[in-house]
Design a protein around this ligand. Structure first.
Ligand code: FE
Length: 252
């Protein structure tokens, strides 16, 4: 699919970059937020897509803007594996949960750039693009123990990382929530830590004005789909909620 412009007004643009994934690697979305002369790439992905995502990012930024941040929602390889490349070829700082700053370098970080991998404090933080704030919100245990989302108050997009991820359909936007559940249910039941974590997160994000929830895999939720997704999250049994019977069934 070609690039999808999610928002474009004045100095502010939100772009879903063309899908370069193929083969066995899980399909992944790369998102770019541009405000004025600065930009953030979110969850830029691993080595297989690095060259293409970098080239596309540079083409989208043109001469008018530079990459300021590489945002890493958590530590998985499809998110962080190419961090060294991004730090070597741009002047951006990379941000990941402070729980993961000593683990990401195991993917290989050149010592000249390792200081530019910064830790996100457990509670939250704000990063600015030319004075436009991006809220970095905690989403711990959904699924990683050190996990963050990005809320952009200009476009009203919540970038939700693996939460809301779906696999196996070919649309970019969810057209029918009930029909969509089958593409995300198995993943969420196994990867998301618990219903308690899901409900606490949903309560937090309901306080924000959200037009779009954009996950790192699969289709995004717009308009009425946002509320339906939050309701679904609030009710889902997942992770450790479902684990006890599995363990209890195991005998020597
Ligand atoms: Fe993940």
């Amino acid at each position: 699919m070609p690039n999808t412009v999610l928002y474009d007004s004045g100095p502010h643009r939100n772009i879903l970059i063309e899908d370069f994934g193929h083969g066995l690697a899980v399909q992944a979305n790369q998102h770019l937020i541009v405000h004025g002369t600065t930009a953030m790439i979110l969850d830029p992905g691993g080595h297989k897509v690095y060259n293409k995502v970098l080239a596309e990012t540079m083409a989208l930024l043109g001469k008018g803007a530079t990459l300021k941040y590489v945002f890493l929602s958590h530590q998985d390889p499809d998110v962080v594996a190419a961090t060294n490349g991004w730090l070597m070829t741009t002047d951006a700082d990379a941000y990941v949960s402070e729980l993961w700053t000593r683990f990401v370098p195991h993917f290989g970080l050149d010592r000249f750039v390792e200081q530019r991998l910064k830790g996100i404090p457990d509670e939250r933080m704000v990063l600015e693009l030319d004075g436009s704030p991006l809220r970095i919100l905690p989403a711990h245990f959904l699924h990683s123990c050190g996990n963050f989302h990005v809320y952009d108050p200009v476009s009203k997009i919540l970038y939700s990382g693996d939460l809301g991820a779906s696999l196996g359909m070919d649309y970019v936007e969810v057209p029918d929530f009930a029909a969509h559940v089958q593409y995300m249910e198995g993943f969420h039941r196994r990867y998301m830590a618990s219903g308690q974590a899901m409900r606490a997160w949903a309560r937090m994000v309901r306080r924000f004005d959200i037009q779009v929830i954009a996950p790192q895999h699969g289709a995004l939720f717009r308009g009425p789909m946002v509320g339906q997704f939050l309701d679904w999250c609030s009710e889902l049994q997942c992770g450790i909620d479902l684990l006890e019977p599995v363990y209890d069934a195991i005998t020597p």
